[in-house]
Design a protein around this ligand. Structure first.
Ligand code: COA
Length: 415
């Protein structure tokens, strides 16, 4: 079976996390992703957070599967000439250098476009054009400037960042969509274009509901589904809402049996309006079904704390999986708090290819997250990440360099 992006050749200048997530996705969809790295060093994550001496780290291997790696010094005159030849013959260049680095290398948009008018040049940057456009940005910086940190955590605590890498991997996803969209537009225009995904913009896009709430707050002064209502004070900006649900169906995290010793013995419980009768039955409060203080979503809003405390008295008598089993019989939405250990051992995720075991010549077997997007006619087969420069000779050969020419490039330090 063919792959969706077969025939698309990508020059991958990405490093760390945001860019590599993007190009890994495109590789899983069938693109030929050629990762260009500096000789001797390569992507900085190859040796960051290493768990096995001298073997590429999990940080690197889990973000760079299905790619080929070549080493090329793009500041060396002969390295520049190699890159120019590759640009003429590829479809997309992806990069997440610090602002201006590609230009400083001599590869401005104008230059790339003149070499290959069909080429798409896709970039992750911390910020879009404006006062902060020159700043370097990492994951948590993006979470802070994109609205995630100010709206995450509890009201009486400091802003919090989340474990989900919404700044890096989230922006990589945004960029991947931009690239395939530009490839589609190119089928009609024949022209490449620039694609920019700024990390601040990507995080804000994922925090869209909080900008919604900012405007609701300005209009109504309170937001009834927030835990601050009716007990606390609202200021002039969206407050941190603890574990409250982001939508119109109130939810909270509740203790389950074993919470005293197990930090993940909890469940997310949603008091979805259509199943209120079932909730009352399950937790042993049949009188709440008709009681005017509890019968309607509006009546329940000022009493959510009391309601969740009561539900918790019931959830604490059972394990999170028992609670989940019972609630699902009644179609009551809930989610056990799964630890990474539980997720890693979940065989159903292995069966769907969402968690994959890969073999690596230096580090042996390791787990990685496979393609979360499943295409029925373009299956993903996850392959290990490349060693540094593993494909230099093969790739340069494909671009017309003879073994003697490659040896000469190596001799002068261009590759
Ligand atoms: N040959 C020669 N030089 C190369 C090269 C190659 N193959 N690959 C990279 N370089 C050079 C770059 O040209 C740059 O040189 P310059 O500073 O002289 O212009 C240098 O290596 C360093 O690149 P840079 O991107 O600035 O790395 P950094 O370690 O200083 O910064 C980030 C790292 C992530 C902070 C920065 O790249 C950044 O802000 N990126 C955009 C936002 C982003 O993606 N952040 C999330 C990361 S997960």
């Amino acid at each position: 079976m063919g792959k969706a992006l077969e025939g698309v050749r990508i020059l991958d200048f990405t490093h760390v996390q945001s860019g590599p997530t993007c190009t890994q996705l495109l590789a899983w969809f069938g693109a030929d992703v050629i990762k260009i790295e500096r000789a001797g060093h390569g992507d900085v994550t190859r040796d960051q957070l290493r768990d096995i001496p001298d073997a590429d780290s999990l940080y690197f291997t889990m973000l760079n599967s299905n790619k080929r790696s070549i080493t090329l010094d793009t500041k060396h005159p002969e390295g520049k000439a190699v890159l120019e030849r590759m640009i003429r013959d590829c479809d997309v260049l992806v990069e997440n250098f610090a602002p201006g680095a590609l230009d400083r290398m001599g590869f401005t948009w104008e230059h790339i476009h003149s070499l290959n008018p069909r080429m798409i040049v896709a970039s992750v940057k911390g910020f879009g054009p404006g006062p902060y456009q020159d700043c370097k940005v990492y994951e948590n910086v993006a979470q802070c400037v994109g609205g995630a940190a100010s709206t995450t955590g509890f009201d009486d605590g400091p802003p919090m960042v989340t474990g989900a890498q919404i700044g890096d991997s989230g922006t990589g996803l945004h960029l991947a969509l931009g690239i395939v969209t530009a490839l589609y537009q190119r089928t009609m225009t024949g022209q490449g274009q620039r694609v920019l995904a700024a990390m601040q913009d990507g995080v804000l896009n994922l925090c869209r509901v909080k900008l919604r709430d900012q405007q609701r707050l300005e209009r109504a002064r309170v937001m009834e589904e927030y835990p601050q209502f009716p007990n606390g004070q609202f200021g002039d900006a969206v407050p941190r809402a603890g574990n409250a649900s982001g939508g119109g169906q109130p939810g909270w995290i509740l203790k389950c049996q074993g919470w005293e010793t197990d930090p993940n013995a909890y469940i997310y419980f949603i008091t979805q309006a259509p199943v209120w009768g079932s909730i009352c039955k399950v937790i042993g409060k049949p009188e709440w079904v008709e009681h005017p203080d509890y019968a309607t979503p509006r009546a329940r809003l000022p009493r959510l704390r009391e309601i969740f405390d009561t539900v918790e008295q019931w959830t604490m008598t059972k394990s999170k999986f028992e609670v989940m089993g019972i609630l699902n019989e009644y179609d009551i939405p809930c989610g056990p708090i799964l630890s990474m250990k539980e997720i890693a051992e979940d065989m159903s995720l292995r069966e769907t290819g969402t968690i994959v075991e890969v073999d690596h010549p230096k580090r042996g077997k390791y787990l990685t997250v496979g393609n979360p997007i499943k295409l029925s006619d373009s299956p993903t087969h996850v392959e290990r990440s490349p060693l540094l420069g593993e494909h230099t000779d093969d790739v340069l050969g494909e671009f017309g360099y003879s073994p003697q020419q490659i040896a000469a490039l190596r001799e002068v330090g261009a590759v």
